[in-house]
Design a protein around this ligand. Structure first.
Ligand SMILES: [Ca+2]
Length: 270
């Protein structure tokens, strides 16, 4: 299985790292999920997603970009400082905290839950929220539609696994190696359990993540609300399945519990 995941990681780099929520279900429940944007050629372009964990701090994946966060169309707040995760030895995780030069009104609580045991995250239904591409499903998988990013959407899935994965989020000439603990979900075919690779059958609104969903949130229902457990980061595949968006393809979100101390130290959010 470890070898399989090395393949997964390599392929994940092959696809765009600034990874859409599909299906096309617009989200109204999670305004804490913000769009990262940058001004290029006179227009605000997508640079990923993020999740506000306090009025002045946004958590995202370190491979996202952007100079501003957009909380609603046209309402932009500058990013004052970007602080990537660091470690004293080994590789850092694919996480970054963004200090805002203004305040947001909607925030999400982080649930630092265990993976196994009573109330653990394993096999829990999760909600994925971000500003990435949407698409349509067919008999073999999802066909993503170009230029559909920039809208906040939500999909659901099930947390199937927890793995430590090493991945290059840079290029071959300028590598940026990240090692992190990821919560993993597979893309099951709506209405069928025949083509999944990890867990059970599809849940309502089963979907995954794609370009520009990177940095968005994975949430679970906890104490009566949706709480943040992971940051959406990348997609992969399993042997014999051609692309990440075929049924059986896998999505990876950085599990936040192992990084609790770092998040608290930088942002003060506990
Ligand atoms: Ca699934």
């Amino acid at each position: 299985m470890k070898k399989t995941l090395c393949t997964v990681a390599a392929l994940a780099v092959g696809v765009s790292m600034a990874h859409a929520i599909f299906p096309d279900k617009r989200d109204s429940a999670m305004p804490s999920v913000v769009r990262l944007v940058v001004l290029q050629n006179g227009a605000w372009q997508n640079a990923g997603s993020g999740v506000a964990i306090s009025s002045t701090w946004v958590l995202t994946a370190s491979h996202t970009g952007g100079t501003h966060v957009e909380t609603a169309p046209g309402r932009r707040i500058p990013i004052q400082q970007r602080i990537a995760h660091t470690v004293t030895s080994g590789n850092p995780a694919d996480l970054a905290l963004l200090k805002l030069g203004g305040t947001v009104s909607s925030t999400s609580r982080i649930f630092y839950g265990a993976y196994t045991g009573t109330g653990g995250l394993k096999n829990r239904t999760c909600r994925l929220v971000g500003y990435g591409l949407t698409g349509t499903s067919n008999s073999t998988g999802w066909r993503l539609i170009d230029n559909t990013w920039g809208v906040r959407r939500a999909a659901q899935n099930v947390i199937d696994d927890l793995r430590t994965v090493t991945v290059n989020v840079g290029s071959s000439t300028t590598p940026r190696i990240k090692t992190g603990q990821y919560l993993i979900f597979d893309l099951d075919r709506p209405g069928s359990s025949a083509r999944g690779s990890l867990g059970g059958s599809a849940v309502t609104d089963e979907g995954g993540i794609a370009a520009m969903d990177s940095g968005g949130g994975m949430f679970v229902q906890q104490s009566g609300s949706w709480q943040l457990v992971a940051i959406n980061a990348m997609t992969g595949t399993m042997p014999g399945i051609p692309t990440a968006y075929h049924y059986g393809g896998i999505g990876f979100s950085v599990y936040l519990t192992p990084y609790r101390d770092w998040i608290a130290r930088i942002s003060g959010v506990r």
